[in-house]
Design a binder for this molecule. Structure first.
Ligand SMILES: [Zn+2]
Length: 68
């Protein structure tokens, strides 16, 4: 099973329990350049050493213009 399939089958957003999208970040070819995006919450979760960090506190926002 490919990681993309694994992600969409088993991993959900800890905030809204919605599906996560496995995406490549920027243009880097490194394995560290992958993130999990929640389109509902407009946040992303990073992947460290192949392990997705699915913590609301660790999530990054896709809209840095909002808030402060
Ligand atoms: Zn979400």
């Amino acid at each position: 099973m490919k990681i993309e399939e694994f992600v969409s089958e088993f991993l959900v957003c800890p905030e809204c329990k919605g599906r996560l999208e496995y995406k490549k970040q920027g243009g880097e070819e490194s394995a560290l350049a992958y993130i999990l995006v929640c389109p509902n919450c407009q946040v992303y979760y990073s992947i460290k050493d192949g392990i997705p960090i699915l913590l609301v506190e660790e999530a990054g926002t896709l809209n840095p213009g909002r808030g402060r």
